[in-house]
Ligand binder design. Sequence first.
Ligand code: AMP
Length: 432
Amino acid sequence: MHVLIIGGGGREHALAHTLAKSPRVTELLCAPGNAGIASLAECVAIAMDDPGALLSLARDRKIDLTVVGPEAPLCAGIVDKFQAAGLRVFGPTAAAARIEGDKAYAKRLMKAAHVPTAEARIFDNYEDARTYVATRDSGLVVKASGLAAGKGVAVCVDPSEALLELERMMVDRVFGDAGRVVVVEELLKGQELSVFALVDGRTIYMLETAQDHKAARDGDTGPNTGGMGAYSPAPIATPEVMAKIEREVLVPIVDAMLRDGAEYRGLLYTGLMLTPAGPKVLEFNCRFGDPETQAVLMRLESDLFEMIEAVVDGRLEEAGVRWSPKPAVCVVMASKGYPGQYEKGKVIEGLERAGAMKDVCVFHAGTKKVEHLTITSGGRVLGVTAVGDTFADAKRRAYEAVDAIHFEGAFCRRDIADRALGATRPDQPTSV
Ligand code: AMP
């Protein structure tokens, strides 16, 4: 089978690495890819926002299945275009991807389907939003309703911060049209959990769980980022919690989408807060999460190609899936300055030595090949991932590999997976 992956980050490297293991995959292409993906797949320099060129590539190269990684092309309708051309493609249609691309829509859908989520108000008028926020005396979260490259959420402990955020989003339009409508919601307290589910329209299969670390610095301090590391499984995801999430969140939302004429096929990511009142949804994403995917897929023993094919063909109930019980830890190495301004073009050394370490995979996120050198080309540069017999073992291996890699200005958190240390299985939770 000829497979095309669309995207070029750490998530797509993990997808390429896992798909390349399938005996069914005979040719692997990636557009645009990165320096790490280039060792597994033929990388083709086509931008993700050029569906016409991607479609021509898929036709010319007789691609049997295309896997779309990022949210932007999904929300822009790349799946609809491929399907209209009679091509097989993994990911939701634009109508279904709205669950991520339009937070106001997602919120309304959750309300209608009685899915537990933070209490929220939706505004398309700045004055109304300001009046509402001015009457609040507790923490609030202000979210740009549209896609804002993971930056459109402001957690405001004080309502006065929320007023400033409203102005930035609705008046200054720092996220452009994405901030035309905002969602203002209650600030929830608890531990976060990411749940990945494959959905073929009707059948739901929950993958192994993960937790990520969003803050830039140790101890969950510093600015919010796209994710500085992740680990899988999540010890807080007990079988009871997972059953509750499936029953109270996934089943009703997938049914609601079906009724709404937006059948969901693809990977549905649910970000949740485990509050004292039970799990509550923070957001849905219409694709694999990054960097959780790197940790989760390291533990997959089944053939990912067959799982994806089962989703596309609507026969997910037949797919048998096996997982390694061993935990995985992914540590992100980032460029100095990230998530703000950062420099690019730094030479990365030590990749071979780190990649040769047992049970380690160095997934590339923002890298580029220039002649024989691998250089940095993004804020998040690498996702150094390891499996081990315990979380402590996986963490030790991941950091040994991190310490073998160098580039100017590199930084990472040193406490990835500390919340999980001591636990080896999700049914033996540790205190956190
Ligand atoms: P989202 O993109 O909606 O998941 O938001 C990004 C991050 O903001 C989440 O991972 C949480 O850490 C935080 N967040 C979002 N909504 C809330 C909320 N209602 N209460 C507390 N934190 C939140």
